[in-house]
Design a binder for this molecule. Structure first.
Ligand code: PLP
Length: 451
């Protein structure tokens, strides 16, 4: 093809607009404006087609945990492509990358989670989970246990199943979501919805909505509860400390399966291998993707506990994807896990990058537009507000201030996304304190220009 990085930006933008339909985008708006075209990346910096160096405060889409441009990852992919570029794991066959990755994940996962079902993405993995928990109960002679409870404003993916598990109403408005049997309770977002309650009382009240929903549906009809340990795409919502212990008590009491969606929280983002450890829960199934390969290859999966795996393994589970356990993706993911361990990246998050990000954001919170800081490890959000003391919302359309701030960040060569009027932050885990200083100075300029 003659289309390369060296083409003028305007020509690339015109071709993009003519032929490329972007996800979660009003494409007509994008073609009028022209996409910012990213040409290469190294460490925590992206380069665009105009030569700007942009600090990536989102690690791509919360996934490039080891940073960009790691030659080891490319070498492993190249070697694996030469040796065995593809083989399936259906029909009584397996291969070494899938075996090795599943074994390594069983080692890293909390006790009792020893079995992995691979997928190509987080959405696919959550579809697996939905079918797996329903199949589990049917095999146990309780087919009526098919209802799954999730949370409003959760994000679990974009397919029919995972989009239904998610609680984004703007997604439910398109394409016939949610599918039947899925129910959403309120999220533990004290900042936006806590009113005059203390965070502790609010956390408890929101967790108890799970019990109320179980009783409403009939405890014997509920298969599972699914949640992200820290809600990511919903706006980095860190639940009050009272929330998760109460959720654990309720799922234990009614014998309901707990699915932790670790697609963002997994692989160090919250300072532990899994967000479940950070918030102190014991899931039966964990959804993984993104940081599993640091985004270098598309791969996801479900890490399943012994109890569920024993039942599923005894039947033919008629489910799977051509790329379940894809050898190149699996080899690359394994190399990513090796790098995370060899470079002690989790220690870095706990002791260096996490505390530096927290300190920087707490300083930014003095800004008149910033209402506070939500942070766990290396995922954070800054809610914008016209009035800190009351956590007031802006007059007019929600998201206008957030959108403006994101645009000002972009203009100042910083990627900081917004969800409504909340700025969200999730840089590569390996980010240094010096790079965090650059982040803060660009973010401060963007906030000043938004104010
Ligand atoms: N689950 C969570 C918590 C996510 O954040 C995402 C993606 O952002 C998904 C699932 C879906 O993953 P994918 O986009 O790989 O399908």
């Amino acid at each position: 093809t003659s289309i390369t990085n060296h083409m003028p930006t305007a020509e690339l933008q015109a071709l993009d607009a003519a032929h490329h339909m972007h996800p979660f985008t009003t494409n007509d708006e994008l073609s009028a404006k022209g996409a910012r075209i990213i040409t290469r990346a190294k460490g925590v910096y992206l380069t665009d087609s105009e030569g700007n160096e942009i600090l990536d405060g989102m690690a791509g889409l919360w996934c490039v945990n080891i940073g960009y441009g790691r030659p080891e990852m490319a070498e492993v992919a190249s070697r694996q492509m030469m040796e065995l570029p593809f083989y399936n794991t259906f029909f009584m066959t397996s291969h070494v990358p899938a075996i090795a990755l599943a074994s390594e994940l069983a080692k890293l996962a909390p006790e009792g989670l020893n079995h992995v079902f691979f997928a190509g993405s987080g959405s696919e993995a959550n579809d697996t989970n939905l079918r797996m928990v329903r199949t589990y109960w049917a095999e146990k002679g309780q087919p009526q246990r098919s209802h799954v409870i999730s949370r409003k404003n959760a994000y679990h993916g974009s397919s029919m199943g995972s989009g239904s598990l998610g609680g984004m109403t703007y997604m439910h408005e398109q394409g016939g979501l949610p599918i039947p049997g899925i129910h959403h309770i309120n999220q533990p977002d004290w900042w936006a919805e806590g009113g005059d309650m203390t965070p502790e009382d609010f956390g408890l009240a929101r967790a108890q909505e799970l019990e109320a929903k179980i009783l409403e549906l009939g405890a014997d009809n509920v298969a599972a509860f699914i949640a992200e340990p820290v809600q990511g795409a919903g706006g980095v919502i860190v639940a009050p400390d009272t929330y998760w212990p109460e959720i654990q008590r309720i799922v234990d009491k009614y014998g309901i399966l707990l699915i932790a969606d670790e697609v963002i929280c997994g692989f160090g983002r919250t300072g532990n291998w899994f967000g479940s450890t950070t918030v102190g829960i014991r899931p039966h199934i964990m959804t993984i993707a993104k940081g599993l390969s640091s985004g270098y290859q598309p791969i996801g999966g479900s890490i399943v506990c012994d109890e569920v795996a024993e039942v599923i393994n005894a039947c033919e589970f008629n489910h799977g994807y051509t790329y379940s356990g894809h050898p190149v993706a699996a080899a690359v993911a394994l190399e990513n896990l090796r790098i995370l361990q060899e470079e002690n990246v989790l220690d870095h998050v706990r002791n260096v990058s996490g505390p530096a990000l927290r300190a920087g954001l707490e300083k930014l919170a003095d800004h008149p537009l910033v209402g506070g800081v939500n942070i766990k490890g290396l995922m954070a959000s800054l809610p914008l507000t016209p009035h800190k003391a009351t956590r007031a919302k802006f007059a007019g359309q929600t998201g206008t201030a957030g959108f403006m701030c994101r645009e000002r960040c972009f203009a100042n060569n910083l990627v900081m996304r917004h969800v409504g009027d909340r700025m969200i932050i999730s840089p590569p885990l390996v980010i240094t304190p010096e790079e965090i200083d650059v982040f803060m100075s660009r973010a401060k300029t963007a906030l000043d220009e938004t104010y």
